[in-house]
Design a protein around this ligand. Structure first.
Ligand code: FNR
Length: 371
């Protein structure tokens, strides 16, 4: 179907499902165990109700904001997701070209299917990337990657350290589609030099070589020796860890409340609950570090609700990959265009002119706070 006839992210996903080869689709769609967290991510925003104010001039609406002190066009960023070329040959570069049109931040996966140099090669002035790191057992490999990223520090402004996948989740849809085969697309970075065991799904194969021994005490000091870029900690699930992370400011500048799109620990809470916990037990975290969230963002109203709860930005993982699958670079552009327009419409109907005005007074969270 022509992209302009696809009106929402569900329709784009349906189109991508028709086009993406089965194995790539299974890798993207899959989540752990019974996929309860994935489905909860997708539905939890529906239980937050909006409180629009009327009689407010909403002729103008500005979606720009800052992340880590840099100006971005949208409070929506591209989450790091491996292997974009399983969706479309445009790959991560196609996502970068689309993101550039919106001034959107793109976080590039450690396991991307193109190199970070290729992905950032056509960057527009001011376009911002982050590099997501899976620390490798052979630390020198990660140190070498950090050196490569530093050479592009005009574009790569942060290192995103993912913490919630010290072992791969059990993603059965991915495993089923991939019993006998190896990787179809090699990651751009780890390269073919490492011999992987066969089977276990794309996710398990990509995990090979990734460290399981990261800790607060050892990993942040190690990282401080090898990079002076600000660190974003990805995969925080509790207010306790959010609070701990805030103690590591200014090395740590942001955290991402994320359950890895339901692909790590199934039945872990969606980030909305963690935002509510932080608001209740340690709201000072919001002043010390930026709090970003991802998981299950499908609508502009989801974006706005997360921001009203204190998130500085929201990430899209599968939505960007499915956009790519539906139409390459143009499909990602369509995805961002829809989310941008929905977010602006939501804000204007709320009586809000810019991102800074959003806050808890625009939402009613009673239905998610029952417990
Ligand atoms: C991911 N995610 C992820 N996260 C990360 O830190 N490094 C990675 O390489 C990947 N790879 C990856 C691949 C695929 C196919 C998916 C779907 C996800 C997790 C990602 O950054 C993000 O947390 C979730 O995708 C957010 O949920 P939604 O937007 O997919 O619902």
């Amino acid at each position: 179907a022509p992209l302009e006839t696809l009106l929402n992210l569900d329709e784009i996903e349906a189109e991508a499902t028709k086009r993406i080869p089965k194995k790539g689709w299974a890798y993207y769609y899959s989540a752990s165990d019974d996929m309860i967290t994935k489905s909860f991510n997708n539905t939890v925003y529906r239980d937050i109700l909006l409180r629009p104010r009327v009689f407010v001039d909403c002729t103008q609406c500005d979606l720009s904001t800052t992340l880590l002190g840099h100006k971005v066009g949208l409070p929506i960023y591209i989450s790091p997701a491996a292997m974009a070329r399983l969706a479309h040959p445009d790959g991560e570069l196609g996502i970068a070209r689309a993101a550039a049109k919106f001034g959107a931040l793109q976080l590039v996966s450690n396991n991307s299917s193109m190199t970070p140099e290729e992905i950032a090669a056509e960057a527009k002035p001011g376009q911002m990337f982050g590099w997501q790191l899976y620390v490798q057992n052979r630390r020198e490999r990660s140190e070498e990657m950090l050196r490569r990223i530093h050479k592009m520090r005009d574009r790569y402004k942060t290192i995103v350290l993912t913490l919630d996948a010290p072992v791969p989740g059990k993603r059965e849809i991915d495993e089923k589609s991939n019993f006998d085969k190896g990787l179809v697309v090699e990651p751009g970075v780890k390269g073919g030099t490492e011999k992987r065991p066969g089977g276990g799904g794309v996710g398990q194969q990509l995990f090979f070589g990734t460290a399981s021994d990261l800790t607060w005490q050892t990993t942040l000091p190690w990282l401080a020796k090898h990079t002076d870029l600000p660190i974003v900690l990805k995969g925080v699930h509790t207010y306790e860890d959010a609070y701990l992370a805030s103690k590591y400011a200014p090395q740590v500048k942001a955290i991402i409340l994320s359950n890895h799109g339901g692909r790590a620990l199934d039945t872990a809470s969606p980030p909305v609950h963690v935002l509510l916990e932080i608001r209740k037990y340690c709201p000072e975290v919001f002043d010390k570090i930026e709090v970003w969230v991802d998981g299950g963002i499908r609508r502009g109203t989801d974006v706005v609700k997360a921001l009203c709860l204190g998130a500085k930005a929201v990430g899209i993982g599968r939505a960007a990959l499915f956009g790519l699958g539906a139409g390459g670079e143009a499909g990602v552009e369509r995805t961002l265009e829809i989310l941008e327009a929905e977010t602006a419409t939501c804000m204007r109907l709320l009586g809000v002119k810019n991102i800074q005005e959003l806050g808890p007074r625009f939402i009613n969270t009673r239905r998610v706070e029952r417990d």
